[in-house]
Design a protein around this ligand. Structure first.
Ligand code: NAP
Length: 239
């Protein structure tokens, strides 16, 4: 397992860990003994969610917006104090302006902010953590979406942001030699998914706990860097 050969517990940073997939990853990693750092913009929701985890003692919750440089600097300092980073999961994301609208109805600011907020912010954090990742031969996972490669009406800014993040994560892998993955988790029953389909019954979508173990199997077994769909991970690793 990544980092298990180090004398310290492995250390992970998961952006956007107050709910949905991010919270499920924080839960799974802390249950397995990892030291986990996570963030989210809404402090109460973050502290409530993390405080209820069985492994809460292993988790540090630092509220903040990954798009803000001061918050990212606080994350980097905390990771450095922990001795480096074994796993970075770039999970924090938004859909952009709601309700989702066609490109012709968006302002340039709305378009730019959505791409910057997901791709620019998470990639900046990844770059700022380069030394900490290299200290532990860490793994980078950028959470992607099918919208990064398909072209759904009204999903343009979000899809472009995910495509950009995929590209930046995989370029980072080529430049550093670190294992780097873009992972499309597939549809999940979360707040983001409900926001994308307001008023629709999404109870048939799988919960994030179906995705987290496959994602961690990828991290533990480190197949070739690249882009993976969660549904395909079992074909390349034993999940
Ligand atoms: N759900 C799906 O069907 C689906 C499908 C494909 C891909 N994905 C991807 O999977 C990941 C998780 O999605 P999800 O459905 O679990 O989302 P979610 O339920 O909306 O959770 C998103 C988390 O990220 C945090 N967050 C958002 N923007 C942030 C920022 N700028 N800085 C720090 N934290 C931030 C949110 O808290 P705050 O709002 O308090 O900041 C929350 O904790 C995302 O990358 C999403 O794009 C989801």
């Amino acid at each position: 397992m990544a980092g298990m050969t180090n004398e310290h517990n492995p250390v992970a940073l998961v952006t956007g860990g107050s709910e949905g997939l991010g919270l499920e990853l924080v839960r799974t990693l802390s249950d397995r003994g990892w030291t986990v750092l996570t963030d989210a913009r809404t402090p109460d929701r973050l502290h409530d969610a993390v405080g209820r985890l069985p492994g809460a003692a292993h988790v540090t919750a630092l509220p903040g917006d990954v798009a803000e440089a001061d918050h990212r600097a606080e994350l980097v300092t905390t990771v450095a104090a922990a001795g480096g980073l074994d796993l970075l999961v770039l999970n924090a994301s938004t859909l952009g302006p709601l309700p989702m609208r066609p490109l012709r109805e968006l302002t340039a600011t709305e378009l730019g902010d959505t791409i910057r907020g997901t791709a620019g912010a998470n990639a900046a954090l990844m770059i700022e953590l380069t030394d900490q990742l290299l200290r532990r031969d860490g793994v980078v996972v950028g959470i992607s979406s099918d919208a990064a490669v398909e072209h759904y009406p009204t999903w343009g800014p979000y899809g472009a942001a995910k495509a950009a993040l995929d590209h930046l994560v995989q370029t980072f892998g080529e430049e550093t030699g670190l294992a780097s993955y873009a992972v499309d988790p597939g549809d999940m029953r979360t707040r983001m998914h409900q926001d994308a389909f307001p008023g629709e019954d999404i109870s048939d979508r799988p919960m994030p706990d179906t995705v987290a173990p496959r994602l961690l199997a990828l991290v533990e077994q480190r197949p070739a860097s690249g882009r993976y769909r969660a549904d395909d991970i079992a074909r390349v690793v034993s999940a």
